[in-house]
Design a protein around this ligand. Structure first.
Ligand code: MN
Ligand code: MN
Length: 304
């Protein structure tokens, strides 16, 4: 893993444009996510907006609900709709020339979990106010932890912020949501994302058995024709960034062919799955995320 950020001047301009489009995608999500709306329709609409604006996607639009903290995206034939009490984490990013956006909001459809949502949002705001060159990442973690606990919730410890490099969504350093004692300092010119997660559960996530987001690893031999066809497409279009199986549905005439090709590629080690992550105590989860450029005396938020 490489240390994140350190873009040149032209790339920083691109990062600002990517950040601005990413933020507009979040606003679109906020206007479209309602009780009864289909997750698949909303994801398609947000992803189309990015493409119509001349951008690619840093990763599939994630819409993780309630105790699901991250990495849920609709499947190719998903008929799930938003429920009236859903707490929806929308995590997304546009991409251009390898420059990646990464930001998230939580939409509380019932209004009954607003304190939880505010805990993650205030944790992010407080952390951003401390970001500058020379600050230890454990200090950022401490602020996130203290803010969330002061609201009566706990942070999710095994999720956190990270550097964002060219074609590298999760670059060094890992920036915790609690004080982990890491003395690593933020550096001027680094691009980072901060993402406090607050929960009323146990404070850590585990893998679920839901798979829709994958990443390319390497070519691997398989006798399965459909898997070979999928691998060629994945390598040419999604070699660096995660993809959703639903993005490949046009290649096949059935759901069975589509998903068995993905399973075969995982079996032979050509792709890896990013399973949906669920709070281990089945707690409700809220997340807020922004991406920023670390400066000498502060930071410049890119996803705005
Ligand atoms: Mn994210
Ligand atoms: Mn992130």
């Amino acid at each position: 893993m490489e240390k994140g950020g350190f873009l040149n001047e032209e790339q920083i301009k691109t990062a600002e444009a990517v950040g601005s489009i990413s933020y507009k995608m979040l606003e679109l999500a906020r206007s479209k996510i309602k009780e009864g709306a289909r997750l698949l329709d909303v994801a398609n609409e947000i992803e189309k907006y990015a493409k119509d604006s001349g951008y690619e996607l840093a990763f599939p639009v994630n819409m993780s609900i309630n105790e699901y903290a991250a990495h849920y995206t609709p499947t190719a034939f998903d008929d799930k709709v938003f429920g009236k009490n859903d707490v929806v984490k929308v995590d997304l990013g546009a991409k251009k020339d390898g420059v990646l956006g990464d930001c998230a909001i939580t939409i509380d459809l019932s209004g009954e979990n607003q304190k939880l949502v505010d805990a993650s949002k205030e944790a992010l705001d407080n952390a951003i106010s401390k970001v500058k060159a020379g600050v230890k990442i454990s200090e950022i973690g401490r602020i996130v932890d203290e803010t969330i606990r002061s609201k009566g919730f706990v942070p999710i410890k095994n999720l956190g912020g990270h550097g964002v490099g060219l074609h590298d969504l999760h670059a060094e350093p890992f920036i915790p949501n609690y004080d982990n004692g890491d003395d690593t300092e933020l550096e001027e010119g680094m691009v980072i994302a901060l993402e406090p997660f607050a929960t009323n559960g146990k404070g850590y996530v585990v893998n679920s058995d839901i798979f829709e987001i994958y990443g390319y690893i390497e070519d691997a031999p398989t006798r399965d024709q459909n898997a070979r066809k999928m691998l060629a497409e994945v390598k040419s279009r999604y070699e660096h960034e995660p993809f959703a199986v639903r993005w490949l549905s046009g290649l096949f005439d059935s759901r069975f062919s589509l998903y068995s090709a993905a399973r075969e590629l995982m079996r032979v080690g050509a792709i890896e799955a990013y399973p949906a992550l669920v709070e281990s105590g089945k707690g409700m989860v809220a997340q807020t995320e922004a991406e920023m450029l670390v400066e000498k005396d502060g930071c410049r938020v890119l996803t705005k």
